[in-house]
Every structure is written in C-alpha cells, then in structure tokens.
Ligand binder design. Structure first.
Ligand SMILES: Nc1ncnc2c1ncn2[C@@H]1O[C@H](COP(=O)(O)OP(=O)(O)OP(=O)(O)O)[C@@H](O)[C@H]1O
Ligand SMILES: [Mg+2]
Length: 150
C-alpha cells in the first residue's frame, strides 16, 4: 500500500553534514521525497512532536537536543513506506542498531541517534500534519517508478 511517512534528520545529522549521504539511502531504495523543510525546531513544536514521551527521564534532554541546531523535516512516499523506512533507520539505540542501518552506521548514543521516522500510519498522519501543510507536499511521477515497482 502506498504510504507517506514523516522523517526528520535531527540536529546531529545536519551538523555532521550527513544530509546528502542519508537522503541518498532513501532515494537509492526507490522511495520518493515529496516534501522537505529545513528548520530550527522550537521548544513547543519539539514537545508536541515527542508528546508521547513527556514525563520520561530523558524527555528534557530529548527536547534540548532537538532544538539545539537545525533539522531537516521531510515526507517520504513509497509502498509500505512507514515500515520500510523504520528498517532503513534501525533500532533506537545506535550501538544496538544493525550495521547497514542509518543509526547503526552513523551513530553511537541513543540521545544522538541521527534521525526520526514515524512508527505507524497514525503517527505518520499526526506528524505530517504537525510539520507540513497539504499544499507543501508534491504529487509527481518519476520514470524510475516502473523499474522500482512491478
Ligand atoms: N533511554 C533514552 N535515553 C536518551 N534518549 C532517548 C531514550 N529513549 C529514547 N530517547 C530519545 O527519544 C527519541 C524517541 O524515542 P522512541 O522510543 O520514540 O524511539 P524511536 O521511535 O526509535 O525514535 P524516533 O521517535 O526519534 O524516531 C529517540 O529517538 C531518542 O532520541
Ligand atoms: Mg518514536
């Protein structure tokens, strides 16, 4: 099923100049970027985005990390995109994430784990609405699609 997921390169990915290498992984897989926004997230947005973790011991540090420098927010489309992207991203703790995943290849600490990706269709919808207006997402066809999908 065609899905859209919300993905965000966190401040460490941007500041370590990993944007190009990470975006390439999604493009090479056959996924399609349909919206991009480079922004420094403010405290309110960070707290709303990670609202499910409010009250947990790491929440304050998580918000501090997310607002510390610019992030790159995006919407990525593809067949079963939400679960496919979570596989490409890897486990929350980069030390435990499989090599070959983004977190496994680029990160060390859970508190500096490079990238966010929606974990379900429901959170994808909520997160996309939080960061993008509908008219900021592009519907477009690329010739490669017929070579990516049967
Ligand atoms: N024990 C922890 N210590 C420090 N930071 C944590 C811890 N657990 C989670 N975090 C931070 O909070 C984020 C959200 O945690 P969550 O459990 O939703 O993991 P995730 O779904 O893999 O990550 P994300 O929601 O960012 O894609 C993590 O990506 C990480 O940055
Ligand atoms: Mg999560």
């Amino acid at each position: 099923m065609m899905e859209r997921s919300f993905v965000m390169l966190k401040p460490d990915a941007v500041s370590r100049k990993l944007i190009g290498r990470i975006l390439s992984r999604f493009e090479e897989k056959g996924l399609k970027i349909v919206a991009l926004n480079f922004l420094q997230i403010d405290e309110d947005l960070a707290k709303t985005h990670y609202g499910e973790h409010e009250g947990k011991p790491f929440f304050k540090d998580l918000v501090g990390y997310i607002i510390s420098a610019p992030s790159l927010a995006m919407v990525i489309e593809g067949d079963d995109a939400i679960s496919v992207i979570r596989k490409i991203v890897g486990a929350t703790n980069p030390k435990e994430a499989d090599l070959g995943t983004i977190r496994g290849d680029f990160g060390m600490d859970t508190g500096r784990n490079i990238i966010h990706a929606s974990d379900s269709p429901k959170s994808a919808e909520r997160e996309i609405d939080l960061f993008f207006n509908r008219d900021e997402m592009c519907d477009y066809e690329v010739p490669e699609d017929s070579w990516v999908y049967e």
